[in-house]
Design a protein around this ligand. Structure first.
Ligand code: PLP
Length: 465
């Protein structure tokens, strides 16, 4: 529906050679791609020299923005001294040791060991394998199913995509695999019933979880995995008391909580960990993304001593601990992880997020008056704006109209990048953003919202499908 300029040479080469993730491939020849060449602070620049405020920290990960000289120096130093080594067969590296120690120091619950991966998906895949391995070691071979939630996002490998609760990660991919269960999504605005209070909604969520567990048999369920604030499913902040209520149900049935901190971790929600902000009590933790401020790929799984001891016992029985990735614990990623945590600490990034979040919240709330906005959701410096066709009835737009995608395209024209998760527009700016830059991001967003409203009215997109 938008007029698109002819594709540049780089865009044409891009389309001809690169298979783009999470992209409507059938439209690429008309939409083209946005080829980014460099970044500085909260801005990135395309190959035509146009600048954009990166309001999503890339993919919720570049929390310290772009071109941070301290991180670049740490990377250079590491590459000079040891560009690669691994942790297999009882080998170690200084950077992996140091990062594991740092993670233990800042973890929200006592952690004994850290297992490194290259990504968040690998971390969650590892979590499932470890839960199975542990229960085999504990003589509970049937306790293997994992509960996740509708609209959860845990990655794209076969198991983590199965844990993910989004249709486009399952349809056409022969997923989810078995042993994965999905319970309700704790999104009150969308799934609260008429006249139901938030407290009643929480009770219903907990009851529904209990029903699922009892139906399947508690002895068949190893763990539940949850992101404290749900990210890619639409930035969903569960109501107060939700985690306490579901934790009680899990505890009753000896089911452990796997905390997916891949987006939430390292200050994003105004605490080091989303579990601290949302009142969740994890048994094990997955981290990635802001772990290295996204300057290199790295993921981590953190486990407590009793869980670790089960691996030790099983390893004694089998002869080894048969799991590991060539690049898990890559020295570059680990050195950057150490430096990123040091920066979060010395620049008091958590404090900065807390200082800015009331302003973020105020700018979000102001959007609620707009005719296109059904709900705004926010926590720390992560938020979502849900667009609806009918504010009163909360009726969504027909997904085929791709209204959210149109908005982010308009926004690019105004010099900012956000991400459309269906018709929820996600905000996750670098945590180092200033108040002035945040205002500029929202001002540009408001312009894109006005463009979208004009388009919706002109094309009659509000009509019920
Ligand atoms: C909560 C969560 N878990 C896991 C993942 C998967 O991480 P990766 O893309 O590094 O595999 C993501 C990615 O967005 C995520 O948001």
């Amino acid at each position: 529906m938008l007029n698109t300029p002819p594709l540049s040479n780089l865009q044409t080469r891009d389309i001809e050679s690169v298979l783009h993730p999470y992209t409507p491939l059938h439209k690429l020849n008309t939409t083209g791609t946005l080829v980014i060449s460099h970044g500085k602070g909260v801005h990135v620049y395309d190959t035509q020299g146009r600048g954009y405020i990166e309001g999503m920290s890339g993919l919720w990960c570049a929390g310290l923005g772009f071109g941070d000289e301290e991180l670049i120096d740490a990377a250079t130093e590491q590459l000079r001294s040891l560009p690669y080594y691994h942790l297999f067969g009882a080998k170690g590296t200084e950077s992996a040791i140091e990062l594991a120690e740092k993670l233990k120091e800042i973890a929200p619950v006592p952690i004994s060991k850290v297992f490194f991966t290259s990504s968040g998906s690998e971390a969650n895949d590892t979590q499932v394998k470890l839960a199975w391995y542990m229960n085999n070691a504990l003589g509970r071979p049937n306790k293997k199913k994992i509960i996740s939630r509708m609209k959860a996002y845990h990655g794209v490998t076969i198991m983590s995509a199965s844990l993910t609760g989004l249709p486009y990660n399952h349809i056409g991919w022969d997923l989810p695999v078995d042993r994965v269960l999905h319970t309700d999504c704790p999104h009150y605005y969308r799934f609260g019933q008429d006249g139901e209070s938030e407290a009643d909604f929480v009770r219903r969520m907990a009851q529904s979880l209990r029903d699922l567990i009892e139906r399947e048999g508690p002895d068949t369920i190893a763990a539940m995995i949850a992101e404290p604030v749900m990210g890619a499913g639409g930035v969903i902040v569960p109501p107060r008391g939700y985690y306490k209520a579901i934790q009680e149900v899990l505890d009753e049935h000896d089911i452990m909580m796997i905390d997916d901190e891949v987006i939430n971790g390292f200050g994003r929600t105004g605490n080091w960990w989303g579990s601290q902000t949302l009142g969740m009590t994890p048994k094990t933790i997955s981290a990635a993304k802001q772990l290295t401020a996204a300057y290199a790929p790295l993921g981590a799984v953190m486990v407590p001593e009793d869980v670790y001891q089960a691996y030790v016992d099983h390893s004694a029985e089998i002869g080894t601990f048969g799991h590991g990735f060539t690049y898990g614990g890559h020295p570059l990623g680990c050195a950057l992880g150490v430096k990123a945590i040091e920066i979060y600490q010395k620049r008091d990034i958590v404090g900065h997020v807390r200082t800015l979040s009331p302003h973020f919240e105020a700018r979000m709330k102001k959007l609620n008056d707009h005719p296109l906005v059904g709900e705004t959701r926010y926590c720390g410096l992560v938020g979502g704006v849900e667009l609806v066709a009918d504010k009163k009835t909360r009726r969504p737009f027909d997904p085929k109209q791709a209204v959210g995608a149109q908005l982010v395209k308009f926004l690019e024209g105004h010099g900012a990048i956000l991400r459309a998760l269906g018709d929820t527009i996600a905000f996750c700016p670098p945590m180092v953003i200033t108040e002035a830059e945040l205002n500029e991001l929202f001002d540009r967003f408001e312009k894109a919202l006005a463009d979208t409203e004009a388009l919706v009215s002109k094309e009659g997109l509000r009509a019920a499908a």
